[in-house]
Design a protein around this ligand. Sequence first.
Ligand code: FA5
Length: 346
Amino acid sequence: MRKTLQKLEQSTLEALQKATTLKELQSVYTDYFGKKGLLKEILSNLKNLSPDEKQTIGKAANELKNQLEGQFKNRQNELNQENISKSLKQEWLDLTAPGKTYEIGHIHPLSQTQEEVERIFQQMGFSIIDGPEIESEYYNFEGLNIPAHHPARDMQDTFFLDKKAHHEEGRLVLRTHTSPNQIRAMRKYGVPLRIIVPGRVFRNEATDASHEHTFDQVEGLLIDRDISLAHLKGVMTDFLSRLFKKEMKIRFRPGYFPFVEPGLELDMSCVFCNEKGCRVCKKTGWIEFMGCGMTHPHVIRSGGADPTQYQGWAFGFGLTRLVMMRYGIDDIRHLTSGDVRFLEQF
Ligand code: FA5
């Protein structure tokens, strides 16, 4: 009987160690400790022993029972612990790990440059104003000294709308330049005046690498007493030097625009070769930048001011072309293509 007890101890301990899950442990319990388990069976056999044996063997059997039940509890605790650390490992969360990065958009190169242009002119005391993209023929042409049938209208092929404008201002047009805001601003704010007007303009043009039907311009207008081209030279030299972060030079050439007299083209020194001559400036050292000139008395009158008291100058440059030059973009159509691969470079 003692031998049986020893065997039982050994096999129970082995079975407990072999059980690697709580489920397996439960079946060990049933096999050894349960109602029909081996331990019960051996204990029930005690009744067949002599009273002496009953006492000694019975005591040993009970001790073994308690000891094995203790071992069972230990193994149960062990497996419970293992289970907890296993699930902790599975559910582990690294709070210091970097989060998921989501692609966020960024400012379009055209808007980036527009913001810089606005900031520089604002620092020089210019106000930034806005105007309608659908204009009347009057503001786009007549008010600016470009009457109907004037050859200058051919310079800006126009999209006309079917509707007429209010107050005998002719047909409605998609503005071909930002210049109508010279008159609008003078009428709205009076003179003296210092403004720039960035905005989108439209021309009925076939597109190519340097021409779009929709592009952006920046208009400038300064009206005051005793204003000369020297002021324009100073403002533009300062503006371009701040924009390109280097000392820039400018030069004037004669140009024709009906709303300025004299009319001029402004060239800037080539930013790429410092006037030595390169591919961008076509070996001239100068880059054509904008149209400008002294505001025509007709325009000052259209704006409701007296040209004998006030004079000033206006300019208009292509913001889209400026962006192309700044970033070395070889085709204007990239800027409105919406191609993210292109935009991600800026
Ligand atoms: C004008 O539009 C005048 N309103 C500028 C002006 C204002 C002159 C005030 C005098 C006083 P022009 O047509 O040259 O001028 O256009 C001005 C600039 O717009 C050009 O120098 C060029 O940079 C840009 N531009 C003209 N046509 C296109 C086009 N199809 N695509 C992209 N940029 C263009």
